[in-house]
Ligand binder design. Structure first.
Ligand SMILES: [Fe+2]
Ligand SMILES: [Fe+2]
Length: 495
């Protein structure tokens, strides 16, 4: 179908496919739909950042209105529908790629929060309609259930005399999907820990582990991270397990794959990276457990045994039966993951060398998980936000700054599971990074205590980027703190 009237300049710019354009084969609605979501996102941001009279807000609203009307003129209708992690415009699923990741996930999270599934836009839509709707959409809800939020949104639109939108709740299956993906994440996590335990135990006793099983587990992790990563990344916050060595390997695998995804690695590369990450500490199964779990300081001899785990890891991997299926990169990662980018770590290198990208990714994931975990010799885990800051700012940690940045992007400045004290005197646990890039320091937080310190369970989610009527942020992080001080087990809120 073609447009029945000329397109506006911005729409023209967005829709014209040039010869080398990778999207040239896309249908009109795919391209128009993508441009529409960009404009939608841009308008939301402008409204959030500037007062209504600001030219940027007016421009963004005008563009969104023009785009909507053009699609209606071309297609006879305009409907935006979300389902799971996907956005459909007029029943055509839009492709998610790195460029539109932020706008897609932002829109999905706002729809979800408002209990909204489908939005039909009428041909009469005006900039004012959009302004009212978008402002309501990003107003933070109270403690209501999404069901009620949908009703409230509806009532407010009615009261404002806005008739250009027909709204509907998500299809029943969607809520199920969310629960299912949470369940799936838990299953994947538990399976991964069990398989890693088998692996390490087998190697410790000189038996050959089942590599196929391990591969399946890593594939499960990669698939889940590509589809819906929040649930699985959230589970890494359960750091108070006794089985540190196994959960550590699984966490490092999850973080590494999530970083790799942000770098645009292919699915196959992510499998290799995930395998390498899961095996990175395999050499520790050759270190006596008394040494690994020692509470007091290590003697020189014991330290030497621990510092040998990288090259012992390489030997283990050589000896594993079925190693032909294991990418050689896993060996490099086992060998290099403590080297640091300036090669001041261990093992010492004789000749100058460059750490492989996989090793650098695993080093970032490893450094973070190790420092935030409770281990025999580290009874108080460090605060995730402090660890993140240290990794970013202290060059002596030897982390690749670009990869640390990718990691910060993944978890926010306050990583998932951080306990935060808010200016409302409530306590919160960081639930997810804010999808809006400018709001890295304002994550989605689960409120777990009221202002008087009464602990709430399971608490409720709030977006720290939400502003009140006066335009000021409703809640702001004052500081981070140790969950122990309040008798809180972070893991309980993520199960
Ligand atoms: Fe290690
Ligand atoms: Fe490690």
């Amino acid at each position: 179908m073609t447009a029945s009237r000329p397109l506006s300049a911005p729409a023209q710019r967005n829709l014209t496919a040039s010869a080398g354009d990778p999207n040239a084969g896309d249908s009109y609605i795919r391209r128009a739909g993508r441009s529409l979501i960009y404009s939608y996102h841009a308008a939301l941001r402008a409204i959030k950042l500037y007062p209504v009279e600001n030219a940027a807000v007016q421009r963004a609203l005008a563009e969104l209105t023009t785009m909507s009307r053009e699609i209606i003129a071309a297609e006879g209708e305009l409907e935006i529908r979300t389902s799971g992690e996907f956005i459909f415009v007029n029943a055509t699923r839009l492709r998610l790629d790195l460029d539109n990741y932020a706008s897609f996930s932002h829109l999905l999270s706002l729809y979800r929060r408002a209990g909204l599934g489908t939005q039909q836009i009428d041909a009469t839509v005006t900039a004012r309609d959009w302004l009212v709707f978008l402002s309501l959409l990003q107003t933070a809800p109270g403690n209501e259930e999404p069901e009620q939020r949908f009703e409230i949104l509806h009532a407010k639109l009615d009261a404002a005399g806005i008739r250009a939108f027909t709204l509907a709740r998500p299809a029943e299956a969607d809520e199920d999907d969310k629960e299912k993906s949470k369940e799936r994440a838990k299953r994947t996590y538990a399976q991964s820990v069990a398989v890693t335990k088998d692996l390490m135990t087998a190697v410790r006793f000189g038996k050959s582990p089942n590599i196929k099983k391990i591969k399946r587990v890593v594939q499960g992790i990669v698939d889940q991270i590509l589809n819906e990563e929040t649930s699985l990344v959230g589970l890494t916050a359960i750091r108070d397990y006794d089985e540190y060595t196994f959960t550590h390997s699984v966490n490092v695998c999850i973080f590494s794959v999530a970083i790799g995804k942000r770098l645009g690695l292919t699915k196959l590369q992510l499998y290799d990276l995930g395998m390498a990450a899961l095996f990175h500490d395999i050499g520790k199964s050759r270190v006596p457990s008394e040494v690994l779990n020692k509470v007091e300081g290590l003697t020189d001899e014991e330290w030497k045994q621990i510092a040998a785990h990288p090259w012992m890891g390489v030997l283990c991997l050589f000896q594993l039966r079925g190693t032909q299926d294991l990418h050689y990169r896993a060996m490099i990662v086992a060998h290099e993951h403590h080297m640091k980018v300036d090669l001041t770590g261990y093992p010492r290198t004789v000749r100058p060398r460059q750490m492989s990208v996989f090793s650098k990714i695993v080093a970032v994931a490893d450094g973070f998980d190790a420092a935030t975990s409770r281990r025999s010799y580290q009874t108080t885990p460090l605060n995730p936000a402090d660890v993140m800051k240290e990794m970013r700012d202290n060059a002596r940690r030897g982390m690749d700054p670009v990869l640390v940045k990718a990691f910060v992007n993944l978890t926010g400045i306050y990583p998932i599971g951080t306990l935060v004290v808010l200016d409302t005197f409530e306590l919160g646990l960081v639930h997810a990074g804010n999808p809006i890039a400018e709001m890295l320091s304002r994550p989605i937080v689960r409120i777990i205590s009221d202002a008087r310190g009464n602990i709430l369970f399971p608490g409720y989610l709030v977006d720290l980027a939400d502003r009140g009527q006066d335009g000021a942020f409703k809640r702001t992080i004052i500081k981070t703190d140790q969950p122990d001080r309040y008798g809180i087990r972070v893991g309980d809120y993520f199960i």
